[in-house]
Structure formats: structure tokens, C-alpha cells
Ligand binder design. Sequence first.
Ligand SMILES: Cc1cc2nc3c(=O)[nH]c(=O)nc-3n(C[C@H](O)[C@H](O)[C@H](O)COP(=O)(O)OP(=O)(O)OC[C@H]3O[C@@H](n4cnc5c(N)ncnc54)[C@H](O)[C@@H]3O)c2cc1C
Length: 402
Amino acid sequence: MKNVEGTVSKSKVLIAGAGLGGLAAACALMKAGYVVEVYEQAPKLGEIGAGIQLSANAMHVLNYLGVGDKITKMSVQPEAYVFKLFETGEELQRFSLAAAHKEIHRAPYNQAHRADFHNVLVDRAVELGGEKIITLDKTILGFEEDNDGVTLNFNDGSKARGDLLVGADGVKSVIRNQICGKVPAVYTGDAVWRINVPSDLLPPDFQDPVMAVWMGPGRHAVSYYIRNGEILNFVGCVETDEVSEESWTAKFPWEKLKEDFKGWHPDIQTIIDLAEKDQCYRWSLFKRPVVDNWSTNRATILGDAAHATLPYLAQGAAMAVEDGVVLTRALEQETDIGAALDLYARNRVDRTRKVVNGSDANRELFHLQDIEEMRRRFLNRDEGGYRNEWLYSYNPLSVELI
Ligand SMILES: Cc1cc2nc3c(=O)[nH]c(=O)nc-3n(C[C@H](O)[C@H](O)[C@H](O)COP(=O)(O)OP(=O)(O)OC[C@H]3O[C@@H](n4cnc5c(N)ncnc54)[C@H](O)[C@@H]3O)c2cc1C
């Protein structure tokens, strides 16, 4: 990549946010030879106790970054994706994962613990960029750019200077505000419960190692194993007018969780009954529209900052991971930063919008009030075939950038 004056250089990239997207992008850029500095508002790093699914489209990148095997070893490769009815557990559809996914897409489908995944990325970033790669306790207020570079401004009065800024600062991104205008994040109407149950507390032969989606009127739940099967991860997604904090660490009363899934299948009751009563978390989901303009001449956005989504295709982090590698490739392909940022966004907007819209459509489908209608809809769709065709088959390392 050439800088604005046209001299070929490996520029210095400033990254706002040390979440999954920021760290994956940092690793991809460093692998390509860029100097990277990551700034994170949190005083210490850490992800929460929840699961994350990583399909082949994300695993290609993680393999390329040199962390794929590590993640695969600490994850579960589910046998199948199974769609069930909330009361009876009647199976409406399933499609194969594990060996089939690997054979079709040449990378595994992993279900990981978020903290394990985040730690692996932190370690790799440090390995590639040294101990000082991530600066903590740095809240970004905004940036300024000129022909020579971009300056980040922090709330402690300090500044950082680089050639390019990547806003990986999540759904409430201040970098996005500055690039795209201040459109507030809006409540999606759904809140998500998350609980983890140690697998050894579950009755014998409880749930097969599958990704189970339980669907019912106005809500759905997913249950799957993580961390080599040691933990069963449960996420309960409920439509509610009661907007609460948008925080992974906001606790909610267990009794409310129990009430939200009253009348659901005995397996769901077992999971809820085994949850630690003071370890039930509920998070309200927010979104901002996917826009076309992701960049200025020297700043761009990725991950939730660019395309926050309902997690109903389990692709938010996967998209963030894809973004980082496409951005890196665009910088390598173009001779100036502005053109590279255009190329990057041009190749990401349609895909990410399709994922966001698909996740919205799943909200409608999974939450149908009329169960007969739900049966009919599943009879008329081939979810595995559909996802294999465009979602999981995307390889951000090799897709042509045009
Ligand atoms: C219930 C649930 C389940 C999900 N399951 C999946 C799944 O199975 N698979 C999947 O791919 N995705 C999943 N997702 C989506 C995924 O979690 C997100 O899309 C992903 O974490 C986004 O990563 P990010 O790096 O863009 O943003 P974030 O993870 O939000 O990271 C942003 C970082 O920026 C920092 N930051 C913010 N503002 C500032 C500032 N002003 N200054 C400095 N630092 C700042 C934050 O502290 C944070 O560390 C799920 C989401 C939810 C809610």
C-alpha cells in the first residue's frame, strides 16, 4: 500500500477496540507487515462466560492467523444443527455439521467459549506485535485526519498518531458516529438470557452434541456444548418491551428466566433449574442500520461498529473476522489508502447486509405464533443447503475483491 503522498510503505494502523473483531484484524494486518496499535477502553481484558459459534467462513481466517488448531482443540464440533419445537421437542429440520461441514468447506464448525477464543487472539496479537500491542484503559473520544495521517483523541487528553484508523469499537462505536453520522443504536425488541451449566450436572445422555434451536411463540432458545463438552451453553432470546442494559454482565433474577420459559420442554426446564441462581445474565440487543459509507480517507469501521446484527445466524463475530482479512487484502491490492478503503467496503457491504437481514428473518421465523405455519415454513426450506451455498462457503482469503 502507498500512503497518500504515494510512497510505498507498511503503514501504522490504529485499531479502536480489543474485541474479537479488533484483535483478529490486528493479527491479519501484522501478518501482512503493518505496524499496529490497539486501544481499548476497558482497564483489563476479558470476555464473558458464553458460547460462540465459528463456522468455516471464520475458521479459514483463524487457520490463516495460525490459531485455528488451538481453537478447534478447545471447542466442540457439533454433529448437526437441529430445529425443534418449544413444547414437545419435535424436530422440524436438521442439517449435518462436523465431518460434513469440514468436507464441504474445508474448515471445521466450532463451538467455543468466548473467553477461550478471545484469549487465543490476545496471545497471538502479543506474539506478532509484542507486549505493548494493546493499550488498555484508553477511551477514545474521536479522531482527526489530514493528508499525512490520523490522530486518535482519548478522554485522558492523550493522542495517538497513525496512517490509518480502524474502528472496531462495537455497536455504540464513536468512530462510526464520526464517519457515518450519529444514528443512535436502536433496541431490536429482543433481550437474550445466557447461562452456562457444567455438563457433569446434567442427567446422563441429556443432549447430543448438536446445536439445538428451540422455537416458540415470541421467543427461542439455543443450547450447545462448549469447551470440549465441559459446559452446556444456553441462550434464551425473548421479545420484550422491558429494555435493560446492553451489557454481557447485567444480571437478572433467575425467577424471571424461569417465567420466560414457562411451559417449554422438560429439557429446557432442566437446564434452567441447574443454572446457578445468581449467575443468570440478560442483555438487551441493539442494532444500527448497515450503511454504504464505511470510510473517510484514513478511517474505516469493522465488526459490530459496521453491521451489528441479531445473533440469529450466529455470524456477528464471524463477519468481524472476515472484515479484518478483507481489509488487509484491500490494503495490499490498492496503491493508496482511500482506494483500499473503498475496495474493502465495496466488497463487504452486500454480504454483511445479507447476514443482518437473514438474522432478522430468522427472528420472525423462530418466533412465529402459529406453530402450524412454522411447520409449513420448515417443510418448504432447506436451511443447510441454503447456508452452505452462500454463508459458510464464503472464503474471505480467496474471494475476488472487485
Ligand atoms: C447472545 C449473543 C450470541 C452471539 N453468538 C455469536 C456466534 O455464535 N457467532 C458469532 O460469530 N457471533 C455471535 N455473536 C455476535 C458477536 O458477539 C459480535 O458480533 C462480536 O463480538 C462483535 O465483535 P466486535 O469486535 O465488532 O465488537 P465488540 O466485541 O463489542 O468489541 C468492541 C470493543 O471496543 C471497545 N470499545 C468500545 N468503545 C470504545 C471506545 N470509545 N474507546 C476504546 N474502546 C472502545 C469495547 O470495550 C470492546 O472491547 C453473538 C452475540 C450475542 C449478543
